[in-house]
Design a protein around this ligand. Structure first.
Ligand code: MG
Length: 161
């Protein structure tokens, strides 16, 4: 088999006095995401999708929140590490599609810069990474602005097999 599919999901709580970082981009907002690392929920969902595609576990296994080493970690650096694991097994990213669910702030103005940051981090083209944003119609935790969640699907291709 020379293609594999993976999906990832993550959610983090919105709190005061934390930066809001999504896809490696700091977005001006009154609230930010709480977490052991920088809590970049989109990047975390993408990493879980990459690992899931190869049945290699999840990011909690590689970067446990119990390890002080990952406190405040830049998720883009973690993403680079996950990617090198994938590539060391001969796999490359075909494409990634993702969705961020947030009631506030409006993310549309920031999507292109998130795509460009993530594309650069993973050394892929802009058209290989899609990021969509939606609200939760005021329903549930994201709808009540208690948190922001993200979903990602990735297709990996292996040219060696
Ligand atoms: Mg997370």
């Amino acid at each position: 088999m020379n293609i594999r599919i993976g999906n990832g999901y993550d959610i983090h709580q919105l709190v005061a006095d934390r930066p809001l970082i999504l896809g490696g981009v700091t977005i001006p907002h009154t609230l930010g995401l709480l977490g052991h690392s920088d809590a970049d929920v989109l990047t975390h969902a993408i990493m879980d999708a990459l690992l899931g595609a190869l049945a290699m576990g999840d990011i909690g296994h590689y970067f446990p929140p119990s390890d002080p080493k990952w406190k405040g970690a830049d998720s883009l650096l973690l993403l680079k590490q996950v990617l090198s694991l994938i590539e060391s097994q001969g796999w490359n990213i075909g494409n990634i599609d993702s969705t961020i669910v947030a009631e506030q702030p409006k993310l549309k103005p920031h999507l292109k810069s998130m795509r460009s940051t993530l594309a650069q981090t993973m050394a892929i083209e802009m058209d290989q990474i899609s990021i969509k944003a939606t609200t939760n119609e005021k329903l549930g935790p994201p709808g009540r602005e208690e948190g922001i969640c993200a979903y990602a699907v990735v297709l990996l291709v292996n040219n060696k097999n």
